[in-house]
Ligand binder design. Structure first.
Ligand SMILES: [Mn+2]
Length: 432
């Protein structure tokens, strides 16, 4: 007997990968964990007949000869499969896009850093020219869209987009997909979010803007992650953590989300016994007070996250400057010699103006080339402090349409940051 299974709290990527694997291995039975995420549950309640998944109780593990695991790599992520660990000669195959080494020792695996595990299975379906029904194509596309944020998360690869294109050609239905990808947002969610926003606070650690929020909840609430996601977006911080304490069960559920990859949520959650991606993760802690959990998160961020880049890391220095009484002719020579298009004008170490190639057009007579620079310089100079972030620099440049910002500390110019410094920084952040 062959079975395909995936992680607990199955999401669309996990479920779609299970279905895709049954298309590649028609003899394999789909086995889903008991706990499914609410969107998948809603989808299955309508499409059950089409997919016929089994639960682990219906399967006699003794007869399993081949185990195909998708979107997971560790035994503890699977639902009641421990008995299989002891099976000798079990043929284990893993398809996954989480690169951390899991506890499952597979004889064969396909583990690659794509946005969704479904993408890896679609590659194989394409290669084998498998025929998909529109319903199957829709489900597979939902898996890819969910894990890649509609192909917009930075972890998305070209292959995810190719896979999506192929599924759209196979008549994946975006109306159905959008219905099921809608986050479950109920009155209970709204009440919790409201409570969180009332005592929201932001802190800054190593240049990262963080918010950690402790909330007591009673009884089980589905999809707390939806709330944390919204909280993150409303507060517009780099990373947000919800510490949800369930007094009756003496446990805390921690959910983390981040907007960029500078804070690795997955690695923080793994240090607390949970798991996740760089941008999303969760953990459950038994017998820990919410305060202790908050302190632990802060400690992990302080200890293990690289500091985010600051303007002082990107700026050029020393800076070429000119004095207010330098002549336009001297300025022209310096600009040409240094191959730059603008230069700060200083007086007593402070920036009093900026002169750029453009300003030379203001000269009306040739004799003005001997006039001092202060007659032509721009005096409303924008500056930036060295501790500001590259995105704050970019924002200033975009809003005011300037290409360079003198970096000023205690009234003295210590460097200059240009549009190309900022661009280079942002593009270097992207994976090769
Ligand atoms: Mn996934």
């Amino acid at each position: 007997m062959q079975i395909v299974t995936t992680h607990k709290n199955t999401d669309f990527d996990g479920f779609a990968s299970v279905v895709a694997a049954t298309l590649l291995f028609p003899e394999a039975q789909a086995v889903l964990p008991k706990a499914l995420n609410p969107n998948v549950k809603a989808f299955l309640s309508i499409h059950k007949d089409l997919f016929e998944p089994h639960t682990c109780e219906e399967i006699n593990l003794k007869h399993v000869r081949r185990l195909i695991v998708v979107d997971a790599g560790s035994w503890n992520r699977l639902d009641r499969m421990e008995a299989l660990k002891a099976h000798r000669d079990l043929d284990i195959r893993v398809w996954d896009h989480h690169l951390e080494k899991g506890s499952i020792r597979a004889g064969w695996s396909c583990i690659e850093p794509v946005g969704a595990t479904t993408t890896l299975l679609v590659r194989e379906l394409r290669r084998q020219h498998k025929i998909l029904t529109p319903m199957q194509a829709t489900l597979l596309l939902t898996g890819i869209y969910e894990d890649t944020g509609n192909l917009a998360f930075p972890a998305t690869t070209a292959e995810d987009a190719y896979a999506a294109g192929w599924l759209l050609e196979r008549k994946a239905d975006l109306n159905i997909l959008n219905t099921f990808l809608k986050p479950a947002y109920s009155e209970a969610h709204q009440a919790i979010l409201f409570q969180m926003l009332q005592h929201a606070k932001r802190t800054r650690i190593k240049g990262h803007r963080i918010s950690i929020n402790r909330v007591a909840i009673d009884g089980h609430v589905d999809s707390l992650a939806v709330i944390v996601r919204m909280y993150l977006e409303i507060l517009n911080v780099d990373a947000a953590f919800g510490v949800f304490s369930e007094g009756s069960k003496d446990r805390c559920i921690v959910i983390g989300r981040s907007q960029n990859e500078s804070i690795n949520i997955g690695s923080i959650m793994r240090r607390m016994g949970g798991g996740g991606h760089p941008r999303a993760g969760s953990a459950q802690l038994k017998g820990a007070s919410p305060h202790a959990v908050e302190d632990r998160i802060l400690e992990l961020i302080r200890g293990h996250q690289p500091a985010s880049a600051q303007v002082s890391d990107l700026m050029s220095f020393p800076v070429h400057t000119v004095a207010t009484d330098a002549s336009m002719e001297e300025v022209a020579l310096i600009l040409r010699a240094k191959g730059i298009s603008g230069i700060p004008v200083v007086s007593g170490g402070g920036v009093v103006g900026m002169i750029s190639r453009r300003d030379f057009r203001k000269m009306r007579k040739e004799s003005q080339i001997r006039s001092p620079v202060r007659a032509f310089m721009a005096t409303d100079v924008l500056t930036i402090e060295p501790g500001k972030s590259p995105s704050q620099a970019a924002q200033l440049m975009v809003t005011h349409d300037v290409g360079r910002l003198p970096v000023v500390e205690n009234g003295q110019i210590i460097g200059i940051i240009t549009r190309s410094d900022v661009m280079r920084y942002f593009y270097d952040l992207l994976p090769d």
